[in-house]
Design a protein around this ligand. Structure first.
Ligand code: AMP
Ligand code: MG
Length: 324
């Protein structure tokens, strides 16, 4: 049954779901019309859709919760540096998404909205898995809410992720709320999600990134062999991996670093962490430490991330000990 009326953060989840739906429509419109690809620092790709999605989401947060803080992946400086044509396209996409004209100043201000530091911080990744988005593979629009540094609620729009016969889904929830999936297109009831009950490693399935540069395939291979994982190794882009664990489609998501100075980004995990915890998952770093979301935009004090259905967590941690 969907969250009770008296369960916490209902208004927040309603606002975030609506924003994620609007952002997803914008992203798919950009796919149809051409990506408007750009490159930002470290040669990471970014598109018109990344900026448009962030403007749509942060506009909604700034309007509904003006006192909250925001951590978000994109900044308007990269868009402005890409030139007036791409900026105009983002403004046009955002205007269309809202069904009313927004001027450039309003759109750039929305992209850069960061609110006021306090107990509540929204963590927003307007397109997680941009490389997957460009390839026609998985991507996610991630909106998480940290309360006192703890993932309290999350929404993931996964427009290309099929679950329960729905071709694109909205996955959402949080501790004390539950985890749910509903059709991204709307209509139909939200259905509860629970992690897999598989306890035998021989039947367990492992999730990793598609991009080898975002992980450590050798370490994943070692985990597969040391733990005796027999269900296979599935590569999926983006926080759709969290949706897969929450839905019981895989038991283990290991996120190693591909270089020792890499720190995980808060916006890559806050939303997914709230949802999988509500679905019954266990989540730590690769050393078994709790994730610390209080250190700014990165998980400065953690080494990678490990999400499991709980049953298999300790044996995977043992295989990871001293490695990666
Ligand atoms: P995935 O979809 O699993 O490939 O993860 C996408 C995320 O990987 C992006 O949102 C980036 O924040 C993150 N990322 C970028 N560079 C690295 C890196 N060197 N190691 C780990 N993650 C990275
Ligand atoms: Mg990301």
């Amino acid at each position: 049954m969907p969250a009770e009326m008296d369960s916490p953060l209902q208004h927040e989840l309603t606002v975030a779901r609506e924003a994620a739906r609007r952002a997803a429509r914008l992203c798919l419109a950009v796919v149809a019309e051409g990506f408007g690809r750009m490159e930002k620092s470290e040669r990471e790709p970014v598109t018109v859709a990344d900026f448009g999605s962030q403007a749509v989401i942060l506009d909604a947060i700034a309007t509904a919760f003006p006192g909250d803080a925001v951590i978000a992946e994109e900044g308007s400086a990269d868009l402005v540096a890409a030139g007036p044509d791409l900026t105009d396209r983002v403004v046009a996409e955002v205007s269309r998404a809202f069904g009313e004209t927004r001027d450039e100043a309003a759109v750039l201000a929305a992209i850069d909205h960061r609110g006021t530091p306090g107990r509540r911080t929204w963590a927003v990744d307007p397109i997680d898995g941009t490389k997957g988005f460009l390839r026609g593979d998985q991507f996610a629009i991630a909106i998480g809410l940290l309360v006192d540094g703890v993932p309290a609620a999350g929404v993931l729009a996964c427009p290309r992720f099929e679950l329960s016969g729905m071709p694109g889904v909205l996955v959402w929830g949080g501790p004390g709320i539950g985890a749910f999936v509903e059709s991204l297109a709307g209509g139909g009831k939200a259905r509860p999600l629970t992690v897999s009950g598989v306890t035998d490693p021989a039947r367990a399935r492992l999730l990793g990134s598609v991009e080898t540069a975002h992980g450590d395939p050798e370490l994943l291979q070692h985990v597969m062999e040391a733990v005796g994982i027999g269900g296979g190794w599935v590569r999926i882009d983006s926080q759709a991996k969290y949706a897969a664990v929450a839905a019981g489609m895989a038991e283990i998501y290991v996120r190693p670093r591909n270089r020792v100075d890499w720190r995980e980004r808060v916006w890559d995990h806050a939303s997914g962490a709230a949802i999988v915890a509500a679905a019954g998952a266990r989540i730590t770093d690769l050393d078994g430490k709790a994730l610390d979301f209080t250190a700014g935009p990165t998980l400065e004090h953690n080494r990678g991330v490990l999400v499991t259905n709980g049953a298999i967590h300790d044996v995977v941690l043992a295989a990871l000990a001293g490695r990666g």
